[in-house]
Design a protein around this ligand. Structure first.
Ligand code: HEM
Length: 234
């Protein structure tokens, strides 16, 4: 029994480690990107918690979009692809980093006397982010065998599928509500050279949703209408 456990813990632990490595790399990349962009835009060479906060937000949206995109990628890949195995840990990493983003925004920045950019629609956009975070938290709570047993496999899969896509859409709408002016300015002027990182990440989130819609008929055909393991996990 213990030998079986030891054998099966290995691949799972490796997948978790890789997912968190990808998550930390996304945060580090975001910090460097926002620092360089700030320099190009305002000639400011300052690194502070507001840049880390932006990076947490974009990394969270990226990881959750990637987790959802893996469903479509798995359907299009050859049999035996490992894509589905990474969905849960990438989604969980995205949730924890999203939670850190909300906490930095509401707790750390005020303590440090810093403030993120804000505008007339900030309150509504923040509310969308909060609802997305609550959905991801519910998914994280449900992402275990006990919850699966209690809810039944069909309801469990449907919940994870619809909560995941609703959360992703709300997360992208939250970013759009806060950054639409910056994205619009970029498309009009192409200045600064680098757009806000949230722009390509939100486009990636939209692509993940479109990909899922595109493979929907294939998944339905394979499963005869029943939810399958290609349904997205948290
Ligand atoms: C309690 C929940 C949340 C609050 C209060 C919140 C608040 C904020 C604020 C104030 C900003 C503007 C930061 C700035 O421009 O300096 C922001 C940006 C952003 N947030 Fe959130 N957020 C929350 C949850 C989330 C979640 C769950 C996601 C991802 C799924 C997310 C993704 C983003 C993204 C992508 C940006 C744009 C970063 C940029 O390009 O500057 N947020 N958020």
């Amino acid at each position: 029994m213990s030998a079986v456990r030891a054998g099966s813990a290995g691949p799972q632990a490796r997948i978790r480690r890789r997912a968190w490595t990808a998550a930390l790399a996304a945060v580090a990349f975001g910090c460097a990107y926002f620092f360089v962009r700030q320099f190009l835009k305002d000639a400011v060479r300052r690194f502070d918690a507001t840049l880390v906060n932006k990076s947490f937000g974009t990394a969270s949206l990226f990881l959750i979009a990637l987790s959802m995109a893996l469903t479509g990628i798995a359907v299009l890949s050859r049999p035996g692809s490992m894509a589905l195995a990474y969905r849960k840990d990438l989604g969980l990493a995205g949730f924890w980093i999203g939670l850190a983003h909300g906490a930095v925004e509401h707790v750390l920045l005020p303590v440090l006397g810093l403030q993120s950019e804000s505008g007339p629609g900030t309150r509504h956009a923040e509310a969308l982010g909060l609802v997305a975070l609550v959905l991801f938290a519910l998914m994280a709570l449900a992402s275990n065998d006990r919850a699966r047993g209690k809810m039944g496999p069909r309801a469990w899969r449907l919940f994870l599928r619809y909560a995941g896509y609703a959360g992703l859409i709300l997360g992208a709408a939250h970013a759009a509500g806060l950054k639409a002016a910056s994205w619009g300015r970029y498309f009009r002027t192409f200045r600064p050279v680098l757009p806000s990182l949230s722009l390509p990440v939100a486009l990636f989130a939209a692509a993940a949703i479109l990909l899922r819609l595109a493979v929907w008929p294939r998944i339905r055909k394979r499963s005869g209408g029943r939810p399958t393991s290609a349904s997205p996990g948290p």
